[in-house]
Design a protein around this ligand. Structure first.
Ligand code: N0T
Length: 545
């Protein structure tokens, strides 16, 4: 018994991120893996409350839980480590067949060292905070504090050693370094220590890779010098952690970001974090970080789509590390997968009695869970196939485009996004999307009957979406919710198009299992999807005149 276990665990390959031709794949147990995630609330990292977390994760049909592990809890006294929380967490996750993404809450938890041990937080001399230009001191640790890096790294290495020794089956598939790093209220540290560094040359590796001329921070980045300087040093701090941690156990590691509004950035955001303007700098300065992951609290389609564009790049795999847990956010699961996302993880998914409204939902109950559960239940039966096709073939995913949430729910910097005036909401184009799939085009419409040609009026609330994967030039895997999907021939095809065959089925052990053919009413008016899950294989053809 014991022997077989050792043999299996030794054979279990490490989770990893694979990049080929600018496309990314996240592998677990030697296979492509799609993170159908859930993130627990901030203070859910204690054994006594875990039984309030699992039921929500299970109701969602999630396969991965993101949950904090705090520096203050594993090293309450300097040099004395306690991993009893992880013992319980790992065991309970395994019993439920769930994987974990551990969030290392340490030097930065949204700007502040709240989760650092008291012996760190109370010793400003040894662990210096960011000094503002006016000389006042912020409650955000400076990335230039050598002792801070050393102490944080030491604890992080112990955490990775714990995983190396106690998690041979890789229940933990990813580790997040810090949480929403950066500083609110100053573009950088202006302490004497920082000033000395700020006068120096920008490291040549950075200027060269960014294609910029060498010089001091001020010379190279001009009015953006302060922010770039701060971002570089935070990125290097995270890089040191990632490198040291990976040397112990080579798990995928990510850094999550408190976003700035891509259309109206302003300067009130968490400076120095990997916001879109310094994303390339971060990728260069922190090469051991596998990905920079957006935390999405914009509710509107236009802003979310832009964020997904910005964070899915040949040099950055897209993982939506956090997204609000209210209904309007759920459908962006479709667009995340359409951007070749490796995962999606709504925030605040547990019953520990907290709701981060107005960012997320007002309450945690069945109604809050349902929109996410519906999506995971739709995709989970073919998640591995999807993840494989996303990497090896071409995939598309779209969420219903118009926004239907109430004005008063537009908060924070999402305020800035323009809304359509009500009187033009009758335009069917608002509820129509088109995709060029190669030889074939597809039109997706929302909010119409299954039969006949009445124009689309949108779902209320907006909640539809579609997923398409290319199987071959004339063959697609398709699923959707609350949408009509109509194929047509693109200009490349000179002959007349027809639907050759639409099979409904499912996958078993990676093999397509045929259930029935959709024909007649089921194909005459496009392929109409309701709130029930249907998986289709669509084969298209042409006839000559
Ligand atoms: C997120 C979450 C958690 C004036 C917020 C979003 C999580 C962190 N931060 O519930 O704290 O750990 O990553 C920042 C959004 C700031 C909005 C400010 C409104």
């Amino acid at each position: 018994e014991a022997d077989t276990e050792t043999v299996t665990s030794v054979a279990t390959p490490l989770p990893q991120v694979i990049t080929k031709n600018g496309k990314h794949s996240f592998w677990v147990d030697g296979k492509a893996y799609l993170i159908l995630g859930a993130q627990a609330n901030n203070s859910a990292n204690y054994p006594a409350v875990l039984d309030k977390v699992w039921p929500v994760v299970e109701q969602m049909s999630a396969n991965t839980l993101s949950i904090p592990v705090a520096w203050e809890q594993i090293e309450p006294k300097e040099g004395e480590f306690d991993f009893s929380y992880l013992d319980v967490l790992l065991q309970q996750a395994r019993e439920r067949d769930l994987r974990l993404n551990l969030l290392w809450f340490a030097t930065w938890k949204n700007n502040a060292p709240h989760y650092a041990p008291a012996w760190v937080k109370t010793d400003n001399k040894r662990f210096p905070r960011v000094v503002k230009q006016d000389g006042s001191v912020l409650n955000s640790l400076s990335p230039l504090g050598k002792n801070t890096l050393q102490a944080d790294k030491k604890a992080f290495v112990r955490l990775m050693q714990y995983l190396q020794q106690h998690d041979p089956q890789h229940t933990v598939i990813m580790v997040q370094i810090e949480n929403e790093v950066g500083t609110y209220g100053s573009k950088r540290d202006f302490s004497a220590m920082a000033e000395a560094q700020f006068q120096q040359q920008v490291p040549t590796e950075l200027t060269e890779k960014l294609g910029l001329k060498a010089g001091t921070w001020q010379q190279v980045f001009a009015k953006d010098a302060d922010e770039h300087f701060h971002a570089y040093h935070i990125a290097r701090f995270c890089e040191e952690l990632a490198q040291a941690g990976k040397a112990i156990k080579n798990l995928p590691m990510n850094v999550n970001v408190a976003l700035r509004n891509p259309f109206h950035p302003g300067d009130g955001y968490s400076m120095g974090g990997p916001t879109d303007n310094v994303l390339d700098l971060w990728r260069i300065a922190a090469p051991s970080v596998d990905m920079i992951s957006p935390d999405i609290y914009f509710r509107d389609h236009k802003t979310v789509d832009k964020v997904l564009d910005l964070y899915s790049r040949p040099n950055n795999p897209l993982f939506v590390a956090e997204i609000g847990n209210d209904q309007p956010y759920a459908r962006y699961f479709f667009s995340t997968l359409g951007h070749q996302g490796i995962g999606f993880s709504p925030f605040g998914m547990d019953d520990t009695d907290y709701a981060n409204y107005p960012l997320g939902a007002k309450t945690m109950d069945e109604n809050t869970i349902a929109p996410f559960a519906e999506l995971y239940q739709l995709v989970r039966p073919f998640a591995e196939i999807w993840a494989k096709l996303s990497f090896e073939s071409e995939v598309w995913g779209l969420a219903e485009p118009h926004d239907s949430f109430a004005e008063q729910q537009k908060i924070w910097n999402a305020n800035a996004t323009e809304q359509q005036p009500d009187d033009i909401k009758t335009d069917p184009e608002l509820f129509t999307q088109r995709l060029d799939l190669g030889l074939w085009n597809v039109e997706i419409t929302y909010g119409r009957r299954m039969f006949w040609i009445d124009p689309p009026v949108g779902n209320s609330p907006a909640s539809g979406g579609v997923l398409i994967a290319k199987l071959s030039d004339n063959e697609y895997l398709l699923t959707a919710l609350r949408a009509r999907v109509s194929f047509s021939a693109s200009d490349e095809l000179a002959a007349s198009p027809f639907i050759a065959r639409v099979e409904e089925g499912h996958f078993e052990q990676g093999k397509w299992v045929f259930e029935r053919v959709w024909n007649g009413d089921q194909t005459d008016w496009g392929l109409n999807f309701t709130s029930k899950p249907h998986l289709l294989k669509v084969t298209l053809s042409t006839y000559q005149h």
